[in-house]
Design a protein around this ligand. Structure first.
Ligand code: C5P
Length: 312
């Protein structure tokens, strides 16, 4: 018995970081949107009880050296272990991951893979867990993992566990642009804390929850969204982000932003032709400015009710 699960990337259209909590995490207010750009996870039962095997095919751009994550540290392994511990399910499991979503990009690849592993275990074990068990398990694995149990877009708050799914923006194509450097999420939050202590200025430009949700129905050119991480990076990185965001706007993006704590930027375009034309022109513009890219990828938003189970 086997199943194949689509493990999508996400972008944060909006990301406001609020207070630091006693548990060390920060409260957030964010608009998450899942993308068609995805990894693919295949899980199958094997005959030896308790056995676990994980193989990852890194399908990254050829110029990129791959630094594989060890099986023990991979969130997929942690998800399988947690599921087994919570349910007592102990059949042999073999997982194969086709990995396209870059690591340290703010696209949520690792979190998405963890959610896919939980969905796969739920199907293969016939445990049929739902609310609240699956999201609770997901949160143990990481703040962004609960969101990835479904496709679509969501207003996300708390540490990441409070999720209100909403219809994703319609009629937009997305261009993802990642510079060669990657970002460690914990370090980015620490930088943000240090930045705020230094300048002693909370971000008081905060649209209401209603305004954030309603904006999704509006033209992206009118969105009130921003990302609190943008000003806190080292100057060299901020300069790169500014160039990328400028080139996206110049190529016709109706909205451009940074996803998560970086380093992937995104721009929204009204049609497939526009996004493909922009991809070509931006590569040339950025190369002329001596900004090298890790990748430049066209995609679109995943529907609210998208089926993540590709095969069972
Ligand atoms: O939850 P996750 O393991 O993905 O978080 C990685 C790190 O990012 C945490 O250890 C924490 O330092 C930071 N973080 C945070 N507040 C959040 C999410 C993550 O401070 N809401």
């Amino acid at each position: 018995m086997h199943c194949i699960i689509k493990s999508p990337a996400k972008i944060n259209l909006h990301l406001r970081v609020l207070d630091k909590r006693p548990d060390g995490y920060h409260n957030l207010e964010s608009i998450f949107a899942a993308l068609d750009f995805s990894d693919t996870l295949k899980a199958e039962l094997t005959p030896v009880k308790g056995a676990f095997e994980l193989n990852v095919d890194y399908n990254f751009p050829q110029s990129t050296p791959v630094r594989p994550i060890s099986v023990e540290k991979n969130l997929i392994t942690k998800a399988v272990d947690l599921f087994k511990k919570k349910t007592g399910f102990n059949e042999g499991i073999k997982i194969h991951l086709e990995k396209k979503i870059p690591i340290g990009s703010g696209l949520g690849g690792g979190s998405s893979n963890a959610a896919s592993a939980l969905l796969a275990m739920n199907l293969l074990s016939s445990a049929n867990l739902g609310l609240p068990e699956l999201p609770e398990m997901a949160l143990v694995l990481g703040s962004d993992v609960p969101f990835f149990l479904k496709g679509g877009a969501a207003y996300v708050s708390g540490r990441g566990e409070s999720i209100e799914y909403i219809a994703p923006p319609s009629g937009s194509w997305v261009l993802l642009i990642k510079p060669p450097f990657s970002v460690n999420t914990a370090a980015a939050f620490a930088n943000l804390d240090a930045y705020r202590q230094k300048i002693m200025q909370p971000n008081d430009h905060a649209p209401s929850k209603k305004a954030l949700i309603n904006a999704l129905l509006d033209d992206p050119g009118n969105w009130p969204y921003y990302n609190d991480f943008l000003p806190v990076f080292p100057k060299r990185q901020i300069a790169v982000y500014k160039e990328i965001l400028k080139s996206l706007k110049e190529a016709g993006a109706s909205f451009a932003g940074l996803s998560g704590s970086g380093s992937c930027c995104f721009g929204l375009f009204p049609s497939e032709k526009d996004v493909k034309d922009a991809r070509i022109s931006i590569k040339t513009t950025l190369l002329a400015s001596k900004i090298h890219l890790y990748f430049c990828e066209c995609t679109f938003f995943l529907a609210e009710n998208a089926n993540l189970v590709l095969e069972l």
